[in-house]
Design a protein around this ligand. Structure first.
Ligand code: G3H
Length: 573
């Protein structure tokens, strides 16, 4: 790692953020916290990075899986910098982490051709394997992945600046999810061995792979969300093209060898390059059968729009969210504040399931805000290797001007930043900003900030936050804090038609991963839960015959012999 000439930090709003926040209205005394006068001091000098947090050397990724094999890459490279900056005599400087291939559209089409050839209309080596053999390959990959915990976590810590403890949890969750997925797949297959008899017809219903699956994960969970798509796509028998996120790519270098070793040639590929350059030609070609994507609705719409056979394309989409928390007059405020802060600020609020707006009943607004400001002051800001840290450099420093513009817009329309130093920034760090009162005239009321801004709106009648849920284009989750069925009940009843999960006295979240994870309206298409996701990568196919005839006898014999219905594929590997 070395300080380099990285992307220029965005600073347009910083000056205004250094101005004092508008004071609270008379009579509203908040216990506000402090942030260091010089935020830059939270960054360290390169020589002061703890030994166990350093990357040994830059990762200059000179290889890729091409034409089914791991091959050297001699094309163009793109430099990769960390959002974690280092202090130098000249100021804060971005650290160079390495470089990665910048594939062209032509390279991407070459990858697609290899993936299509390996699928071979369902007759390729991988789709033809029994589930048991696919499971063995996935388990082999899982154990090789498990051995790479430390380098993967460390690389990601530098790439996306997620706190180490959260990355370790993400890593373990990913490996564990493979085991759960395997159990679900085995159960699904056992259930599909049952003959269905009705009206003189006997049949077997089986999952068949769809074809080539394009799996694209987000930068906030580059490992879990990406491999949460890749593993089921593979287990279902598809060949897979992985598109890593824009930020969080170098960690995949360590996974190339295991991917190439555990699966037959052509089964798994990793794209590397700018999204539009590599994804547009793939979608335009019509050769993608499943589009599994976690990102924005705008990108999803655009890419799906390029596909020439949109009705044939299967899409599994995890998109935007603006999850609201509603604090009712009978809420336990200690619980509500704790959960709201965790929900809003874990990993800088860079979670799709983050709480992105709080609706607080007028009856409890002052005690709630007082506690919220006090607790916000206790949130630790620092570098991702530091213990207990929650606010770290923003993964995408280019987001700073956007977040600043949201704060400035709200401040210009009458909102105040209630916590001292809220909204101040240095380099890629942004001190969380608790904004009050936000109203429908402000951008932050509607837009998904995906950053450490906590907008607080006030309400008198439950219909007001319910109206918000109805008007919002998003519909992932909501949280509600209260104590009585008479207060909670009406909100839950009304919210059920608007969001896919309602959390009572708890923050919004995806886990446990056995639960459905989906969204209404523009937030999602399909269910990402471990129990359902295999269905997104499979086509249910029926083989049926008249009972008592030769066809039925054949069906029974084949099921007994192989667990699979008759097939013209011939021998299997
Ligand atoms: O960003 C979306 C994540 O999948 C949500 O998962 O609730 O565990 O952070 P989480």
């Amino acid at each position: 790692m070395s300080p380099g000439k990285g992307p220029a930090g965005a600073r347009s709003f910083m000056k205004s953020r250094l101005e004092p926040s508008p004071p609270p209205a008379p009579g509203q005394a908040f216990r506000v916290g402090t942030a260091p006068a010089d935020l830059s001091a939270l960054f360290v000098r390169e020589g002061d990075i703890p030994r166990d947090a350093r990357m040994d050397k830059p990762i200059d990724q000179g290889r890729l899986i091409l034409d089914g094999d791991l091959r050297p890459w001699s094309g163009r490279l793109g430099e990769v910098f960390s959002p974690v900056r280092v202090r130098t005599p000249a100021g804060l400087s971005p650290l160079r982490l390495g470089s990665r291939p910048r594939m062209t559209g032509r390279d991407a089409l070459r990858v697609l051709a290899a993936a299509r050839k390996a699928f071979a209309d369902g007759r390729g080596a991988w789709p033809s394997l029994s589930l048991a053999r696919r499971v063995r390959a996935l388990e082999d990959f899982a154990s090789r992945l498990a051995a790479l915990r430390e380098p993967v976590v460390r690389t990601l810590m530098w790439e996306i600046a997620k706190p180490r403890a959260e990355l370790e949890a993400e890593f373990d969750r990913t490996v564990e999810s493979f085991g759960r997925l395997v159990r679900v797949a085995a159960k699904r297959e056992r259930a599909q061995r049952a003959l269905i008899r009705q009206r003189g017809i006997v049949g077997l219903v089986r999952d068949e792979p769809r074809g080539v699956a394009l799996c694209a994960g987000p930068y906030n969970y580059p490992l879990f969300e990406t491999f949460g798509l890749v593993a089921p796509a593979l287990l279902a028998g598809n060949t897979v093209i992985i598109k890593p996120p824009r930020i969080g790519v170098l960690f995949l270098d360590a996974l190339l060898e295991p991917l190439a070793a555990c699966f037959p040639p052509g089964t798994v590929h990793v794209l590397s390059g700018e999204g539009p350059a590599v994804l547009d030609p793939l979608m335009r070609s019509g050769g993608i059968d499943v589009f599994a994507f976690v990102g924005s609705v705008a990108v999803a719409d655009r890419l799906i729009g390029l596909h020439p056979r949109r009705t044939r394309l299967r899409s599994l989409l995890g998109l935007g969210a603006k999850n609201a928390a509603v604090v009712l007059p009978d809420a336990d405020l200690d619980v509500a504040v704790r959960e709201c802060l965790l929900g809003a600020l874990a990993f800088n609020g860079q979670r799709c399931a983050a709480l992105k707006i709080l609706f607080v009943h007028e009856a409890v607004r002052e005690p709630f805000l007082e506690r919220l400001a006090a607790e916000t002051a206790r949130v630790r800001i620092g570098m991702p290797w530091e213990r207990g840290v929650r606010i770290t450099p923003l993964a995408d420093p280019a987001r700073l001007p956007y977040l600043g513009a949201l704060i400035d817009d709200a401040a210009g329309r009458g909102a105040a930043v209630v916590n001292e130093n809220g909204g101040r920034s240095a380099g890629s760090l942004l001190v969380p900003a608790v904004l009050r009162p936000v109203t429908s005239r402000m951008r932050v009321f509607w837009e998904e900030q995906f950053g450490p801004i906590v907008p607080v709106a006030f309400f008198r009648r439950t219909e007001e936050p319910v109206g918000y849920l109805r008007a919002s284009p998003f519909g992932q989750q909501a949280s509600v804090f209260g104590d009585g069925i008479r207060t909670l009940g009406p909100f839950i009843e009304a919210a059920r038609s608007q969001v896919a999960r309602i959390n009572i006295n708890a923050k919004c979240q995806r886990g446990p991963d056995l639960f459905p994870f989906s969204g209404k309206k523009d937030s999602a298409r399909g269910d990402f839960s471990v129990t359902e996701i295999l269905g997104a990568f499979s086509d249910r196919t029926v083989v049926a015959a008249r009972e008592g005839g030769r066809g039925a006898a054949l069906l029974l014999r084949c099921r007994a012999a192989s667990g699979r219905p008759p097939s013209a594929k011939g021998g299997r590997p």
